[in-house]
Design a protein around this ligand. Structure first.
Ligand code: HEM
Length: 369
């Protein structure tokens, strides 16, 4: 039978899935249709993001993943697609913002206690990317607001290997670290450490301690007033991603979780430093894709938060959270690949990079020595 557009897209189902509460209660509120459709559009795009992410996770799960194969290129391509979708989703708030606070008040109370907080696809996405339960802001809402079947979906994602964990394993397997004597911790990293130390301004000298703890120590990072935190949310000042600053974000007290092992951190830094070599280009694109995803998720959160502030001010959410304050906490805390961004604090100028042994150069350029 010939495929028909309407049937193929199952428009019968999709176009009859907008049942407004205000109509049911016979108090029509014009903007509720927009409110439903925009949420549905978001959820459809979240579904597509999951579809891409699942395929990337399946690829990264292959052991060993061939770094010199089309598979890695496909993973990078799909990661970029995920970020592109997120970029569009940030802009989609423009449409939502055509609804004024008064338009929303016409039907807001009819929605309680439904809330975007119950978007299990959104929370599942965070979990699949690598956000752990212990790292969540407002855990009390997380369990109180979601249905048990949806909590299970998220728990399953939390208990499976996340993209971040798989990236960590893949980094640890990087082939150029195979020969530890020629190119492992000694003497390359000692040379690099010295060059990094020389590049630090007087006020940044503490960074060397952090350098050692990130690249040579797998213990959880114990933060003190003098030692900047690498994964907890900064309490103020500085960029929460740690982008661009020689001195990483605000110091905090306590023990924090490490997602990247010392070996994986060395591999990631190496990729960032020597990304000009053909073999490192795709791995570099992969790391960049992770950061882009974090940036887009963060933009989404800030855009959503500002929209919420504009529409409901500082009132509590329909899901019962503190509203804008809760969203601000999650936005500050839920950077998933913060440790990858943090590595940029340990780059040095190209001209100061230690020369690579010829055998490694040959390996990186597909030329046999
Ligand atoms: C009038 C428009 C909107 C308002 C006033 C609003 C308000 C809120 C508030 C106050 C929260 C915090 C939880 C609560 O207490 O309810 C929240 C969470 C959330 N909203 Fe919205 N929202 C709006 C539109 C949207 C749209 C279009 C989406 C798209 C999917 C969305 C997705 C989410 C998600 C995923 C969360 C959970 C965030 C997290 O837990 O980190 N919201 N929203």
């Amino acid at each position: 039978m010939a495929v028909n557009y309407h049937d193929y897209l199952q428009l019968e189902k999709i176009l009859s899935a907008q049942q407004t509460e205000s109509d049911k209660l016979q108090t029509p509120a014009h903007d509720e249709m927009l409110f439903i459709i925009i949420h549905q559009a978001y959820e459809l795009w979240f579904k597509q993001i999951h579809y891409e992410l699942d395929s990337i996770i399946a690829t990264m799960n292959k052991s060993p993943l061939n770094d010199n194969s089309p598979e890695l290129q496909t993973a990078v391509h799909r990661l970029n697609r995920m970020a592109t979708i997120m970029r569009v989703l940030v802009h989609q708030f423009d449409i939502m913002e055509t609804m004024t606070p008064m338009d929303f008040l016409d039907f807001r109370d009819m929605l309680r206690p439904a809330s975007g907080f119950q978007s299990w696809q959104f929370k599942e996405l965070e979990a699949k990317l690598g956000l752990k339960f212990e790292e969540r802001h407002g855990k009390e809402y997380y369990t109180a607001q979601l249905r048990p079947d949806h909590i299970n979906v998220i728990k399953n994602a939390e208990n499976s290997e996340s993209l971040f964990e798989l990236v960590n394993n893949w980094l640890e397997r990087m082939p150029f670290f195979d020969d530890e004597t020629a190119f492992g911790a000694e003497p390359f990293w000692q040379q690099y450490r010295k060059a990094y130390d020389n590049s630090l301004a007087e006020a940044e000298k503490n960074n060397l301690q952090l350098f050692d703890s990130i690249f040579f120590n797998d213990e959880p990072v114990i933060t003190t007033a003098a030692q900047p935190d690498v994964s907890a949310a900064p309490t103020g000042g500085g960029c929460p991603m740690g982008y661009g600053s020689g001195t990483p974000a605000t110091p905090q007290q306590g023990v924090t979780m490490k997602h990247l092992s010392a070996k994986a951190s060395r591999a990631a830094l190496f990729i960032m430093l020597y990304r000009g070599y053909p073999l490192l280009q795709q791995p570099f694109q992969l790391l960049t894709g992770l950061l882009e995803m974090d940036v887009q998720l963060s933009s989404w959160r800030y855009r959503h938060m500002n929209m919420v502030h504009r529409i409901i001010g500082t009132r509590i959410g329909t899901g019962g959270s503190t509203g804008k304050d809760y969203l601000k906490g999650a936005a500050d805390k839920h950077y998933i690949f913060r440790e990858v961004a943090q590595l940029n604090s340990f780059l040095i100028e190209r001209r100061r990079l230690p020369a690579l042994p010829q055998s490694v150069e040959a390996k990186l350029g597909f030329v046999h020595a």
